[in-house]
Design a binder for this molecule. Structure first.
Ligand code: SF4
Length: 187
């Protein structure tokens, strides 16, 4: 078994005060570097950086990450919720590790789009029709896979056709609404 014990650290991101959305960072003794190419193959469109190493992916309402000696989940309600999700995730990671001989490892490196580059291609009128206060806020949501281009009516206008094509290329690897959300592992 790769992960046979862990310690959970909980914190509330300072960028989201009062939201009661917690992040669990789970510290392990095992080196998870060797697991990452297999998980990269399983989750299909995560962000894998073998140099750090780290793998980040999104499933439903949660973002998940693997680091060398840690893994984690965001958007948790409380410690009880974290403990349930962490137990399931640890079980899933161990299962993938046990089945690694049947999985073709994916060494493809992907990095998230830069929010500013996405913003530059949006109409930049801050019209709010996408439901957020500014094009910059919408660019951040696009980059996180928390919004889709179709939610900005203006970018669908013919005059932005070239920008739209560039945005589709930039956002092609973003997990979430651009690529379709995959099933969430059981809660
Ligand atoms: S709908 Fe489009 S143009 Fe309007 S604020 Fe949102 S991103 Fe900007």
């Amino acid at each position: 078994m790769l992960i046979d014990g862990y310690e959970i650290d909980m914190f509330c991101p300072p960028c989201d005060p009062g939201s009661e959305a917690w992040v669990a960072t789970v510290h392990v003794e095992a080196d998870l570097s060797g697991l990452m190419p297999y998980m990269n193959a399983v989750v299909k469109n995560g962000y894998y950086d073998p140099d750090l190493p780290t793998l980040v992916w999104k499933e439903g309402a949660h973002k998940f990450f693997l680091r060398k000696n840690a893994f984690g989940i965001n958007n948790l309600h409380d410690r009880a919720h974290a403990e349930r999700r962490v137990a399931k995730l640890a079980e899933w990671l161990n299962d993938v590790w046990e089945r690694r001989e049947t999985i073709t490892p994916d060494l493809t490196s992907r990095k998230p789009p830069i929010v500013l580059e996405v913003f530059k291609l949006l109409p930049r009128t801050n019209c709010r029709e996408c439901g957020v206060p500014s094009c910059m806020a919408f660019a951040a949501k696009l980059s996180q896979g928390e919004a889709g281009l179709a939610e900005c009516p203006a970018i669908m206008e013919a005059r932005y056709g070239e920008n739209l094509q560039k945005l589709r290329v930039q956002l092609a690897a973003v997990p979430g609404r651009q690529a379709g959300i995959r099933p969430v592992p059981p809660d």
